[in-house]
Design a protein around this ligand. Structure first.
Ligand code: PLP
Length: 382
C-alpha cells in the first residue's frame, strides 16, 4: 500500500522556511560565521542568557541551524530541537544531560551498538545501565529499577526492526518520573511521531534519511523547550558537538525530498522483502510489515527502506553472499540513494550478541530499481 503522509509534513519538508528569505531563495543562506556581533553589551549579555535561541556563537545557535531545528521540531511535533555534529553527538549529549552518578538507564529494543558502548563508558562515571531484549510491557516493567532515570528505546530497531509498545511504555515511565528517549532514525518523523505517542525526547541520526544523500553526518534531538534547553546547556555547549552550517543546509535540501524518497524506499523495500521471504536460501525476513505486528499501524504510517534477513547458512555464508553482490554496496550506514548491504556482525557472532542471528544481512534499499536489485540478490544467493 502506498504511504500516506500528513499533508502538513509535506509542506514543512518542501520548505516553509522560504518565506524567511527576502530575495525569494528557496533555501536559507548558509550563515558561515562563528560569531555574531551585537549592537551593544546589554544585547550581548541578553543573548548569552538566551544562547539556546539567540545566535551569539555558532557552537550554540546559528541562523541556518535554527531553520533546520524549527523544521525538525515541527515535523516531530515537539516544542524545540537542537542539532549536532552527528547522531552519536546528539545521543551522548542527551543521555549525559539526564544521568548523574548513581542513576540507571534501561535500554529497550535492539539498540545501535555505539549507544551501548557509550553506556559502558559511562559506567566509569558511576552511571549504571542494563538492556532488555523483551518487547512486552511486563518484561520491560520488570527490568526497571528504583534508580532508573531514563528509558531509552529504538523502535523500529535498526537491525531486527522489532516494534515496542511506545504508548504503554511512555505512560509507564511518566508515572515513575522516568525520562523517555527514542531513536527515531529508522522511521523518520514522517512515518512515526514518538512525541505524539508520549515520548519525551526524540533522537535522529540526520546522516540517514533526513540528509538522504550519503553526503553528511549529523544528529538532532527534539522535545519540550525545557528539556532541549537542559540538553543545550549541559550537552551541546559543554561537549561541543555542534553541527556545521553547511551540514544544516544539506539537511534542509534533503528534507525537501524526504516524502518522495521515503515513498520509493518503502515500496521497493517491501517488494524485495516479500520476495526474499519466499526464497529457498532465506530463513527469515525482518521487516515490520511482514511481521504483521498490529503496532505497525497503531504507531507508524509505514516502514522505510531498511530491513534484514537471515541467510539459511552460517556467518561465512552470509559474508560470501554479501561479497557476491554487485549493485548493493558493502558499507556501513544507510538511508541514501544507493543500495547497501551490511552483515549483522563484524566477527565472532556468538560473543558479540546472541540476540542477532549469525547469518544476518541488512539491506538499505536505494533507487536502482526493484528488478535490478532483485536480480543482484538472486544471483548472489545462488
Ligand atoms: N542511531 C542509529 C539507529 C544508527 O544506525 C546510527 C548510525 O548508524 C546512529 C544512531 C548514529 O548516528 P551517526 O552515525 O550520525 O553518529
Amino acid at each position: 500500500m502506498a504511504l500516506q503522509f500528513d499533508p502538513q509534513d509535506e509542506i514543512i519538508c518542501i520548505g516553509s522556511h522560504r518565506e524567511l528569505a527576502d530575495d525569494g531563495s528557496v533555501l536559507p543562506p548558509i550563515a558561515q560565521a562563528s560569531l555574531f556581533r551585537q549592537p551593544d553589551m546589554a544585547t550581548l549579555f541578553d543573548g548569552l542568557a538566551r544562547e539556546h535561541e539567540v545566535a551569539v556563537y555558532s557552537r550554540g545557535t546559528n541562523p541556518t541551524l535554527s531553520v533546520l531545528e524549527d523544521a525538525l521540531a515541527r515535523l516531530e511535533r515537539g516544542e524545540a530541537c537542537k542539532c549536532f555534529a552527528s547522531g552519536m553527538g546528539a545521543i551522548a549529549a542527551t543521555l549525559t544531560a539526564f544521568l548523574e552518578a548513581g542513576d540507571h538507564v534501561l535500554f529497550a529494543g535492539t539498540i545501535y551498538g555505539p549507544t551501548i558502548e557509550l553506556a559502558q563508558r559511562l559506567e566509569g562515571y558511576g552511571i549504571c545501565w542494563s538492556r532488555t531484549d523483551v518487547t512486552d510491557l511486563g518484561g520491560i516493567t520488570a527490568a526497571l529499577r528504583p534508580e532508573t532515570r531514563v528509558l531509552y528505546m529504538e523502535s523500529p530497531g535498526s537491525m531486527l526492526f522489532g516494534l515496542l509498545p511506545i504508548v504503554d511504555l511512555a505512560a509507564l515511565a511518566r508515572d515513575r518520573s522516568i525520562v523517555t528517549m527514542l531513536d527515531n532514525s529508522v522511521a523518520t518523523p514522517l512515518l512515526q511521531k514518538p512525541i505524539e505517542l508520549g515520548v519525551d525526547l526524540v533522537l535522529h541520526s540526520c546522516s540517514k534519511y533526513i540528509g538522504g544523500h550519503s553526503d553528511l553526518v549529523g544528529g538532532a534531538v527534539v522535545g519540550s523547550a525545557a528539556h532541549i534547553e537542559r540538553i543545550f546547556r549541559k550537552g551541546l555547549l559543554l561537549l561541543g558537538a555542534a553541527m556545521a552550517p553547511f551540514t544544516a543546509w544539506l539537511c534542509l535540501r534533503g528534507l525537501m525530498t524526504l516524502p518522495v524518497r521515503l515513498a520509493k524506499h518503502h515500496e521497493d523495500a517491501l517488494t524485495l522483502a516479500s520476495w526474499l521471504a519466499e526464497h529457498p536460501r532465506v530463513r527469515r525476513v525482518f521487516h515490520p510489515a511482514l511481521a504483521n505486528d498490529p503496532l505497525l499501524t497503531q504507531q507508524m504510517r509505514g516502514h522505510s527502506g531498511l530491513f534484514s534477513f537471515e541467510v539459511d547458512g552460517s556467518f561465512a555464508d552470509a559474508i560470501a553472499i554479501a561479497d557476491r553482490l554487485r549493485v548493493f554496496g558493502r558499507a556501513v550506514s544507510w538511508g541514501g540513494p544507493e543500495s547497501l548491504v551490511m552483515t549483522g556482525h563484524k566477527a565472532n557472532p556468538v560473543e558479540v550478541s546472541p540476540a542477532l542471528p549469525a547469518s544476518l544481512l541488512r539491506l538499505s534499499v536505494g533507487f536502482e530499481g526493484v528488478a535490478t536489485l532483485q536480480e543482484d540478490l538472486d544471483r548472489a544467493l545462488g
